[in-house]
Design a protein around this ligand. Sequence first.
Ligand code: EPZ
Length: 432
Amino acid sequence: MDKLEIIGKPPGMPGTGLVGTLPIRGAKNAALPIQCAALLGSGLTRLRHVPKLTDVSTMNRLLREVGCAVEVIADTDGRTVEIDPRGVAQGSLEAPYEMVKTMRASVTVMGPLLARYGRARVSLPGGCAIGARPIDQHLKGLQALGAKVTLEHGYVDLEAKRLTGGRFLFDKVTVGGTQNVMMAAALAKGHTTLENVAREPEVEELALFLNKMGAQISGAGTPTIEIDGVDELSGIDHAILPDRIEAGTFAVAAAITRGDVLLEHAPVDHMHAIIDTLVAAGAECRVEAGGLRVIGPERLRPFDVVTRPHPGFPTDMQAQIMVLATMADGASVIRETIFENRFMHVPELNRLGANIVVNGNTAVVRGPTKYSGTTVMATDLRASASLVLAGLVARGTTEVRRVYHIDRGYEAIEARLCPLGAQMSRYHGGGA
Ligand code: EPZ
């Protein structure tokens, strides 16, 4: 397993601040559901600005597994992917355990396979580091459209000759659940109303993608989505929108290192809660023609954050913003309301020298922290990003192990940060 070695520079040391321009890549959490939505088309779909991430490659493998032809176009630096679903009818229509346990987002093939091919068999995802992550809402929503659902031997089997439109109220706001049911309803017969849906930008982006394919969807981005089912959807050409969580992560890197970084193409309109928090902490955030410029101050102020469904503060930024809080003069309070176990980064940050106390779903963070480098273990995608951030401002060397977690959501993070002044190296097979 690879490891990252970071030679940190505590703020105030000469050359600490990250400086320069950083292009923001396509959003992982937009690409993955859109890769699934390509299954709905009757022809080839071409996706551009696709991030080069292991999760995207895993999804490409899953699409091939169910019978798609998937090609990553080499001369586009690997950022263009062509997906042709015309071979699926003879495919397995199954998302096997090995795939789903590697990447939970695999369950988002259920809706498209069921709607387009009348059948789907998907391994139950099981839990992951950050929580139990059930899919009950996905299944209830698909049943509301007429799907026959059976659960046995750890798999869910879904069947429907043709889905019929209906009304479904989500008991809980779920991004993946909203996306799965919306994709299925796009090809159902009749009208569907989905209430208490997720309002994340990636849900809006998926609705935009489906409408470009010929779907009739309105209300995405609001609590209620209306869908008039159609008989056929076509393959299209689409560019993936920039990643607000990647942009937020690198914004924190600029803020804690007293840097000055232009986050090129940053989707500012989807980042208000993140930007508001950075500004509350004392960072300067300037919207510029090319994106978002973030300038880190001499001193950071403490702040409070509660994670919420969009447009609230995103849970995917909780670990990273906690590092910002560790560098502030005073006590900050961070409450995680989306996942039941998303403080796995806290013990590792404390090993680096942070002073964070967790009580239930609330963390009290006291700063400023004089981080000192040591060996730490990544546990999940965003927790590992927070360890890299802390390593940037630690005295001495920080070794982050199991960086495969980072590679799931950040393209070659060392190649992105070194040009801005970070000192990072990757060692292949560098330890458990
Ligand atoms: C998406 O996961 C994202 N992943 C996650 O990002 C993100 O943290 C999450 O949304 C919340 O914003 C992708 O888009 C690929 P949910 P998803 O269904 O859809 C509970 C990252 O770091 N729930 O909105 O799986 C669930 O347990 C990843 O990029 C049910 O109870 O999240 C959780 O507590 C991590 N029943 C809450 O809802 C269900 O049927 C939100 O989960 C579904 C979900």
